[in-house]
Design a protein around this ligand. Structure first.
Ligand SMILES: Nc1ncnc2c1ncn2[C@@H]1O[C@H](COP(=O)(O)OP(=O)(O)OP(=O)(O)O)[C@@H](O)[C@H]1O
Ligand SMILES: [Mg+2]
Length: 250
């Protein structure tokens, strides 16, 4: 059974068919890459699934339950979390505070955060563990706005990871970082999600990353799913290569 299943999911912005009748399925335990050229609808699809956008029509089922009308928080409670194409951090808070805030939100304590924060020692310990897992221990006391771009991308993933998701969407986790930094970031993310049994959907433009780290690939084009398959099937799919790079790949 699919962990996540969308049925005819649709979101138009005026004439723009950002997401147009999409049937998207994610199996438990997979690392799935969501690819497609700029404007294909990838982020919009993730925004619909995570609840940041309301669908015009269609359904979203998560673990067999219809979550189409659920709030963002309801979906987080159900086990859906995501990171952002442009990182979504509190730059004036430390890295440790950013992760702790996410854990407080998960525990339903966010509203009282600053009056109660110091009492919840376990949360700070957990936040420190999360930073350690992501190789960011040395940055705990630094402001999120003051660390390197690659570290910010990892911190944004760590904030989503701290919500204890079963399904984690990563919207371009290596965008804006140098080619040299991409593989170490993906190695960190991949080993965490695989060792924790988290199902992950990674939006990525770098095809080396896509082929190296995913079990399955879904390619979007103009709001619809153009193709899906294993990395080998997608590599051989002429409509995908033509769409992505303009000519059939050699
Ligand atoms: N809030 C919005 N209002 C109007 N149009 C939007 C909005 N969000 C997205 N769009 C449009 O919907 C289409 C899909 O955008 P989306 O951001 O989902 O693409 P994407 O596949 O994530 O692209 P990229 O690879 O560049 O991030 C684009 O044409 C975009 O301009
Ligand atoms: Mg996008």
């Amino acid at each position: 059974m699919s962990l996540l299943l969308t049925t005819k999911l649709t979101k138009h912005f005026g004439e723009n068919r950002a997401v147009d009748g999409v049937d998207f399925a994610v199996r438990e335990g997979q690392v799935l890459a969501l690819i497609g050229s700029n404007g294909a609808g990838k982020t919009s699809l993730v925004n619909l699934i995570s609840g940041l956008l309301r669908a015009d029509s269609g359904q979203i089922q998560f673990r067999g339950v219809d979550v189409t009308a659920e709030s963002v928080h309801g979906r987080i409670r159900a086990g859906i979390a995501r990171s952002f194409q442009l990182v979504n951090l509190f730059d004036q808070l430390t890295c440790l505070d950013n992760v702790a805030l996410s854990i407080f939100a998960r525990e339903g304590k966010a509203r009282k955060l600053f009056s109660l924060a110091r009492r919840y020692r376990g949360i700070w310990e957990e936040a420190a563990e999360v930073l350690h897992r992501f190789g960011l221990d040395g940055k705990a006391r630094m402001l999120a706005g003051g660390i390197a771009q690659g570290e910010r991308k990892l911190l944004d993933v760590a904030v989503a990871y701290a919500l204890h998701p079963r399904l984690l969407f990563l919207d371009e986790p290596t965008s804006g970082v140098s080619t040299r930094e991409k593989a170490p970031i993906m190695d960190t993310i991949s080993s965490i999600v695989r060792s924790q049994g988290i199902t992950a959907v990674i939006i990525e433009h770098d095809m080396d990353i896509v082929f190296n780290y995913s079990d399955r690939i879904v390619c979007m084009h103009q709001g619809t799913i153009l193709a899906e398959g294993t990395p080998d099937e997608i590599r051989r799919n002429e409509s995908v290569t033509t769409t992505l790079i303009g000519t059939p790949a050699s």
